[in-house]
Design a binder for this molecule. Structure first.
Ligand code: ADP
Length: 596
């Protein structure tokens, strides 16, 4: 209970108030009663002295000698009065000599002139009363001295009455103890009352604190239920309203933040947030994937993560200028060269400069552009060769006098062959260009076709060339149907292209084998020859456009055949692979998804 500051404060205040007021009141009462008691005793003593003066007037008004002579009688009378009143009585002569005393023989008592009460009675001091330790009676006494004057106004003696102070002191101590006891009791009551009162105040505050803690820890549906009808209830109501508004605001902010995070996470562009020093503060999912960022890269320099200082430098410049910037970043990510168009937007948050970097991957665009340029230059080059040949022989013929019809025929044959080559090249280029177009691809009629008869068809078409080169053309096809979803003309073109190459790159007397078989859910074609083969270092490039291993031995080939084949195979969801050994032979293997 005393752990609570409020309890301590309330109980402390109660205690202080009670003890101070009780102490003040008790002290005042104690002094009041003591004073009253003393005044009462003093007046009693004075009255008794007056009675003694009246009783012993005859003796007291006589001269000193007569007084001394009557001293014995006086002592007896004083003792009689003392027996009645309990007071000690002393008669003192004007010179201070003790004439008679009710307690002691006067002869043994010293001169009393200097005693304060005597001096007071003689007008030498203000007070004719005194309190002091009596050597004679060995106790504290209260003295009152009253002077006795004769008719002529001459001092004849002094009557001193006295009482022991012990009863007064006893009464004082008694009263003081009673007050102290009352004070302790009241203090205990104050503590108890303070505790009860503080407990009543603390209970709703504790409840409020617990509920407020729940709210702080995220339970924004919690409401304070305090019905004390005082300021605490108003406070609880205010906190409830505050929580309600806060939860609304938090919901709004969270929704907005979630939306932004969602957009950021699912953006196709990589987004990095850098500080002015080029350190990564945040990376969206795309940026993490592009740059293969790990958790540990957050907070690290972008130079380390991207392997390029370009971004960090640009970010620093943008942060300094405060202006958005953009530049093209080329870097190697996971051993792949990439090109990004980077947009930098600097902004300040909480007095910290930050730069938002948006990465647009333009690697494909760049590659396409360079491929296009390469394609155009290759095509121009391929067309230039036969054109040069044609124009050269045509010129020679123009200047010729046709004296040798044999030679003229030979020149015309070359012109015809080169023109055919150009024709073939242009038609291949046109076909490639057409196939590149999405709409054309969609127009290609696809049907479920049985491939078992294709090898025989290919042989039939190419028989003249095979016979010319004295080659063997073997075919192997299973009896079971091997159906694929494709365009029959284009599949035939694929196989003819491969078989033509096989014939072309196989010396006279060689063998070409073309087969069709089914493999689980695949239809597999193979075009194998016993020709010159392809060196391993050239194998990865043979499907590139215009690529020829040996231009001199290509026999007028354009280098477009295999790229066209690969394109068509992929068009029908197939795959193509090649195995070759120099001077042993080459085998092209095709796989298409089987439909029946
Ligand atoms: P080309 O019209 O020159 O034959 P291709 O694209 O059809 O062009 O072939 C590319 C290159 O691959 C050829 O120049 C040739 O060197 C090589 N090649 C293709 N088929 C074979 C094969 N069966 N045997 C050996 N080399 C081949």
């Amino acid at each position: 209970m005393f752990k609570s500051k409020i309890s301590r404060r309330v109980v402390g205040s109660f205690l202080l108030l009670t003890v101070v007021s009780m102490a003040l009141l008790g002290g005042y009462l104690l002094q009041f009663f003591y004073g009253e008691h003393m005044a009462q005793q003093t007046s009693e003593l004075r009255r008794t002295a007056g009675v003694v003066e009246v009783l012993l007037q005859d003796v007291l008004l006589q001269d000193d000698d007569k007084q001394t002579a009557a001293a014995g009688t006086l002592s007896e009378k004083l003792q009689d009065i003392t027996a009645q009143t309990g007071m000690r009585l002393t008669l003192i002569q004007a010179d201070g000599t003790v004439l008679a005393d009710s307690s002691e023989p006067a002869s043994e008592m010293e001169n009393h002139l200097e005693r304060p009460e005597i001096q007071g009675a003689l007008g030498q001091q203000e007070q004719d009363t005194a309190m002091r330790w009596s050597q004679t009676l060995s106790e504290n006494m209260l003295y009152v001295a009253v002077p006795v004057y004769d008719e002529a106004g001459e001092l004849r003696g002094i009557i001193r009455s006295s009482l022991p102070l012990r009863p007064i002191e006893d009464s004082y101590a008694h009263t003081r103890n009673a007050i102290l006891l009352a004070l302790i009791f009241t203090a205990l009551l104050a503590v108890l009352a303070g505790l009860i009162l503080a407990g009543r105040q603390i209970r709703p505050i504790r409840q409020m604190t617990e509920d407020a803690f729940c709210i702080i820890h995220g339970d924004l549906n919690k409401r304070l239920e305090i019905y004390t009808g005082d300021e605490l209830e108003i406070l609880a109501h205010t906190i409830n309203q505050l929580t309600y508004k806060l939860s609304g605001k938090i919901r709004e902010v969270t929704t907005a933040a979630n939306e932004r995070a969602l957009i950021l996470e699912h953006m196709d562009n990589g987004v990095l947030l850098l500080d002015a020093q080029g350190r990564i503060r945040l990376a969206n999912r795309r940026a993490q994937a592009i740059f293969a960022l790990r958790e540990t890269d957050i907070g690290q320099s972008s130079i380390q993560a991207l392997g390029s200082a370009q971004l960090s430098t640009a970010a620093r410049e943008a942060a300094q200028s405060g202006e958005p910037q953009s530049f093209v970043l080329s870097c190697t990510v996971q051993q792949v060269k990439k090109t990004f168009s980077v947009f930098l937007a600097p902004f300040a948050e909480a007095e910290r400069q930050q730069v938002l970097c948006v990465f647009h991957d333009i690697s494909l665009l760049q590659e396409l552009a360079s491929r296009q340029a390469e394609f155009v230059s290759n095509a121009a080059h391929e067309l230039a060769t036969p054109l040069t040949s044609i124009s050269g022989f045509a010129e020679t013929l123009l200047e010729d006098d046709f004296s040798s019809p044999e030679q003229s025929r030979k020149f015309l044959a070359i012109i015809h062959r080169e023109a055919q080559r150009m024709n073939r090249l242009v038609s291949e280029l046109l076909q490639l260009a057409r196939l590149d177009r999405q709409d054309y691809q969609q127009q290609i009629a696809v049907e479920c076709m049985d491939c078992t008869g294709l090898p025989a068809l290919v042989r039939q078409r190419l028989l003249p060339q095979v016979t010319e080169k004295k080659q063997q053309f073997l075919i192997a096809a299973e009896d079971v149907p091997a159906c694929i979803e494709a365009n029959p003309d284009l599949v035939l073109q694929i196989l003819i292209n491969l078989a033509e190459n096989a014939i072309k790159y196989t010396p006279e007397g060689g063998t070409i084998t073309i087969s069709c078989r089914t493999e689980a859910d695949m239809v597999c074609f193979s075009v194998r020859d016993t020709g010159i083969g392809i060196a391993p270092e050239n194998l990865p490039r043979i499907f590139e456009r215009f690529y020829r291993v040996d231009k001199a031995r290509a026999g007028g080939g354009s280098g477009l055949g295999l790229s066209l084949v690969q394109f068509l195979v992929k068009l029908f969801d197939g795959s193509i692979s090649v195995e070759s050994q120099l001077r042993v032979g080459t085998e092209f293997i095709l796989h298409f998804p089987r439909v029946a």
